[in-house]
Write a protein that binds this ligand. Structure first.
Ligand code: PLP
Length: 480
């Protein structure tokens, strides 16, 4: 098929994407399809001869869009945001065009070198301690992982390698199996499920410790657990502090956990998947007080910094342990310039990696730090606007402090009436929320997600919730 014709297709697609995003408010945020809706819409087999581009385009609206949940609609308030911007989309086109696999420096020097510099730019935007930056002549540096889940696992595996090495020096008679069976890691019971999963994947014990009444993991709780485990012959080796939990956007007491970890030689990983983007604003950096104690730090520009999935920024003060933990070096991957710049294949789980630094570069250049800060501030202000609306209605209560772009709230009274309310909201399909539960309390989460969200969208979302609450409460009268 003609190359020229394909280029015309690409231009059609750019227009389609632009129209889709600009008119996204007009679409029902949640689809109404049933499971299995799609198969009957497609032929049983792949076409023997090529289909027409016009037919493929037409099928986007017929086959795909009815089954899309519109994450970039201002009516979408579920989970946490996922980022989207034209600069990132365009950069991803270029990445797909170059289509290199940047596992080593020589496999595409630009792919590695741009990533090293972008991770420094980004680290400086957050005012990370300079030990994390590659430009400071230490060991530190950053990498773009696919997801925060991978970063948590990579950090755990680095910590594990370090702990095994140390235990062997102290107890030459112990073998790997003995040592690994003694390793124990820690996180809050509010940590993301991927933290517990990293423990399972890494084959080590991971204890989830109780958070306090403000949903923070405290230093003394960790200290006590470590003492207990040492007393029982275990080897504490890894702890995850979460800044901005998924349930309620609470913040572990990093300034207390840090010194405990440093004192106990426990690797401290900081998971700031959502909240980390806010640290580009000086006024939110108090939330990462104690970051200098961390061994590794991670956040997702693909959540809240306008860089499309996947772009999870991870920094390590000393990548040596991670690199050595995964180091296999077959001849076909060796090259003459090894050791000058990172061969990122040693820093991650897969071998292959896309040219992801491009989208970070495009977003940082085409928005500038100032506009990215304004974007974060706007979302936080919109969250507070929604919080005020909830507070003005005495049938509702705010469940936990609103710090960034997430509001946790509920109808006063039983969990059941909140469950009914949520069902009504999502059933109606105008807006989309997901619930959460901490202890025995069920609540609703409203996250500000879309970059298109304006004050009138928040008013609309609140109106929808308020009106549906009228019905739920009317039916919930005693005697009915
Ligand atoms: C979203 C989230 C994650 C998971 O992020 P992925 O990039 O999808 O792996 C981990 N931790 C926290 C606190 C999150 O909010």
């Amino acid at each position: 098929m003609e190359c020229k014709q394909f280029r015309e297709f690409a231009k059609d697609m750019v227009d389609y994407i632009g129209d889709y995003l600009e008119n996204i408010r007009d679409r029902r945020v949640l689809p109404t399809v049933e499971p299995g809706y799609l198969r009957p819409l497609l032929p049983e087999e792949a076409p023997e001869n090529p289909d027409k581009w016009q037919d493929v385009m037409a099928d986007i609206e017929k086959v795909i869009m009815p089954g899309v949940t519109h994450w970039h609609s201002p009516r979408f308030h579920a989970y946490f945001p996922t980022a989207n911007s034209y600069p990132a989309i365009v950069a991803d086109m270029l990445s797909s065009g170059i289509a290199c696999i940047g596992f080593s420096w020589i496999a595409s020097p630009a792919c590695t070198e741009l990533e090293v510099v972008m991770m420094d730019w980004l680290g400086k935007m957050l005012e990370l301690p300079k030990e994390f930056l590659a430009s400071t002549n230490g060991k530190g540096g950053g990498i773009i992982q696919g997801t925060a889940s991978e970063a948590t696992l990579v950090a755990l595996l680095g910590a594990k390698a370090k702990a095994v090495l140390r235990a062997k020096q102290e107890h030459p008679e112990w073998n790997d199996v003995t040592i690994i069976s003694k390793l124990v890691g820690y996180a809050s019971n509010q940590a993301h499920s991927s933290v517990e999963r990293a423990g399972l994947l890494g084959g080590v014990k991971l204890r989830l410790l109780p958070a306090d009444e403000k949903l923070r993991l405290r230093g003394d709780t960790l200290q006590k657990a470590i003492q207990e485990d040492r007393h029982n012959g275990l080897i504490p080796f890894y702890a995850v502090a979460t800044l901005g939990t998924t349930n309620a956007c609470s913040f572990d007491s990093l300034d207390e956990l840090g010194p405990v970890c440093n004192e106990e030689s426990v690797w401290l990983h900081v998971d700031a998947a959502y909240a980390g983007s806010a640290f580009i604003c000086p006024e939110f950096r108090y939330l990462m007080t104690g970051i200098e104690h961390a061994d590794s730090f991670n956040f997702n520009p693909h959540k809240w910094m306008l860089v499309n999935f996947d772009c999870s920024a991870m920094w390590l003060k000393d990548p040596t342990y991670v690199v050595n933990a995964f180091n296999v070096d077959p001849l076909y991957l060796k090259h003459d310039q090894q050791g000058v710049l990172p061969d990122y294949r040693h820093w991650q789980i897969p071998l292959g990696r896309r040219f992801r630094a491009l989208k970070l570069w495009f977003v940082l250049r085409l928005y500038g730090v100032r506009n990215l800060q304004a974007f974060i501030r706007k979302h936080v202000a919109l969250a507070h606007e929604f919080e005020d609306l909830v507070r003005q209605d005495n049938r509702f209560e705010i469940f936990s402090e609103v710090v960034l772009g997430l509001v946790c709230f509920r109808l006063k009274g039983s969990n059941e009436r909140n469950e009914i309310l949520l069902k009504r909201i999502n059933g109606h399909g105008v807006i989309h929320l997901v619930p959460s539960k901490i202890g025995d309390t069920y609540f609703l989460r409203l996250a500000i997600c879309s970059r298109f969200t304006e004050s009138q969208d928040i008013q609309l979302s609140w109106n929808e919730i308020r009106t549906l609450a009228d019905d739920v409460l009317a039916e919930d009268q005693p005697g009915k």
